[in-house]
Write a protein that binds this ligand. Sequence first.
Ligand code: TRP
Length: 338
Amino acid sequence: MSIQNREVVLTGDRPTGPLHLGHYVGSLANRVALQEKYKQFVMLADAQALTDNYENPQRIREQVTQVVLDYLSVGLNPEKTTIFIQTSVPEIAELTVFFLNLVTVSRLQRNPTVKTEIGQKGFGLSIPAGFLMYPVSQAADITIFKARYVPVGEDQLPMIEQTNEIVRTFNRLYKTDVLREAEAIIPPIARLPGIDGAAKMSKTLGNAIYLSDQTDLIVKKVMSMYTDPNHTRVSDPGKVEGNPVFSYLDAFDPDKQEVARLKEQYQKGGLGDVVLKKRLIEVLEAFLSPIRERRKIYEADIPGAMEMVKRGCEEARTVAAHTMQQVRAAMSLDYFTS
Ligand code: TRP
């Protein structure tokens, strides 16, 4: 397929904190691969991040820079991937306004991911309207770029479903085919557990290893990692399942044969946690050191990195503006063009 005709992939992150190994395994690695095959847009969803951080926009502003550095240091290449900031494409907000007419409040309240989040955040009856409707804004993120594929975690499936409902309603009502339905791409690798053994690595749970962590912190975190609590003596047989040290080795150790051998030895007995953790430290250091090297380069010239993002915003805006012309025409809002 020629470059011009490549299918569009769009995905994004709320810039609320630094990215960690779980993000790498669950999405960043995939994006680095996808940029070779698709026209890829990666969005810093600052407007969405503000829906539950509106009291502290400065924090989001700071995290945007950090996430940009994370993106560039893992190898997202601005020549191949259009990295942009959601609020720098105001056409997204415009499309959101039109989409809001096509969605009911009760449909939004039934969105399972939003429902869970509302519970977690303890909004009670005081749900900010902006928060409740963020899936509509997300539908605008996706459709304004006519994305065919949206690589996301399982928790985002309800958003894609809701996006496609909006697309069908829009195209039917306004007798058009400008908007297209999107499909989720769920990463093949299971999510990475936290260093405490919890099912998910997350900033909120405080159990994450960040891509920007330095060596001393890596050593400290790995050495404190949860293992099999019944594996008290080196000679005891240990459990591999549910042991995060092995999950991390599976994800990052390039020597699969050696990992298989270590698992066998651990299960039989005779392999201590400290030896195993030392291997994991080596493996993570080998994985993180080129990422750190690249980060150092971009960190030394943050205005230069942001300049690349600025170009991404301009490119994204051009695409979005083109879709909006078609949207306005379909909705008979193209007052001054003929
Ligand atoms: N909701 C996504 C998350 O919390 C972030 C996001 C915003 C997104 N807009 C998007 C993901 C569009 C995919 C497509 O991770």
